[in-house]
Design a binder for this molecule. Structure first.
Ligand code: EPU
Length: 305
């Protein structure tokens, strides 16, 4: 706990808009998790610079939060600072679209369809923000954001604003250099995607069909974190969980969805410990039955011990 000095705490408390002991559960799609020791929403570039550079200089741990859709926050909450970037603007220039990190992918999917562009319909099935989608190369229906991404603007603490090409970001199925590589701790500010001219009505119809299909196969109206596990190469985590007889398995108020095996549902009042226990139980059983080691896609953050 070396970072928690008098002067670092005083610096944190002096940041404009800072909140202390701020509940986070309602900021996640799971509806689970303890509070942030410190919480700050960031909009202006100077505020981003101050918070990130200052945290790095003082060794204050920080967590970047998007829409909280792929996250399991520990019951004891998150140490240090939790930062949420709130920029939601966008610009369309011909077939190129630049969107700020805080804009929801589903919202952007509708915006670009209305602008007569195609190639982004898959985003109607991606629950998180643009920043979160870049962070883990999110996708749906076999299409991932890297397929349309042409550039990303981000902030690296101590080094300022940077522009990255998709190859700088090492994007791959549900991963990137931001999530587990050289750019860990850097913040996505905005992303630019290259789309094609299309017909708005066609795009809207396709999105409506895809959403209908998704609502039939995934428990989208429940509190969940999206897919819990990455799909192993050539197989499907949902299929494996089902084949292991684990649909409906439970720990406290956390339940493996009976609709889709790769979802865990918070039936109300589930704790992070419940979910983690269930995740471990599923991993153990799938390994025991099929010799396959499932890898969590959901990110487990905060104070677990
Ligand atoms: N399946 C089962 N039992 C189940 C669930 C699925 O047998 O309980 C079978 C299905 O019948 C199908 C196969 O497994 O043959 C694949 O299932 P599905 O089409 O539902 O897709 P998925 O691989 O489970 C992926 C993404 C989802 C995305 C969907 C739709 C991953 C981990 N998940 O799911 O993304 O919405 O495709 O394109 O890649 C997410 O990442 O959070 C997410 C929800």
């Amino acid at each position: 706990m070396t970072w928690r000095t008098k002067s670092s705490l005083a610096w944190l408390r002096a940041l404009p808009g800072i909140k202390e002991d701020e509940p986070l559960a309602s900021r996640t799609s799971f509806g689970i998790g303890g509070p942030a020791e410190f919480f700050l929403e960031l909009g202006r570039p100077e505020a981003i610079e101050k918070a990130l550079d200052g945290s790095m200089e003082r060794g204050i741990p920080y967590l970047l939060l998007g829409a909280g859709t792929n996250l399991l926050i520990a019951d004891r909450g998150v140490e240090g600072l939790v930062l949420r970037v709130v920029g939601r603007d966008h610009e369309i220039e011909g077939t190129r679209v630049r969107a700020s990190a805080g804009l929801k992918m589903m919202r952007l999917a509708r915006i670009v369809a209305d602008a007569g562009l195609r190639g982004f319909e898959f985003a109607i099935g991606v629950p998180g923000t643009v920043g979160g989608a870049v962070y883990q190369d999110a996708g749906c229906w076999g299409k991932e954001i890297r397929e349309v991404l042409v550039g990303v603007e981000g902030y690296v603490p101590g080094r300022g604003v940077q522009r990255w090409t998709p190859s700088d970001l090492g994007l791959g199925y549900r991963t990137s250099a931001l999530r587990e590589g050289a750019l860990k701790g850097a913040l996505v500010l905005s992303a630019t995607v290259q789309l094609e001219r299309g017909d708005g009505e066609e795009a809207r119809q396709l999105m409506a069909r895809l959403t209908r299909e998704r609502s039939e196969t995934q428990p989208i109206k429940t509190k969940n974190c999206g897919s819990v596990f990455k799909n192993p190469k050539g197989d499907s985590a949902g299929r494996l969980v089902q084949a292991a007889g684990l649909k409906g398995a439970r720990a406290g108020n956390a339940v493996v969805s009976t609709l889709h095996g790769n979802f865990i549902v918070n039936e109300g009042g589930a704790t992070a410990a419940d979910v983690r226990k269930l995740i471990e139980q599923v991993m153990d059983e799938v390994t025991r039955r099929f010799g396959i080691q499932l890898e969590p896609e959901v990110e487990m953050v905060g104070r677990w011990k």
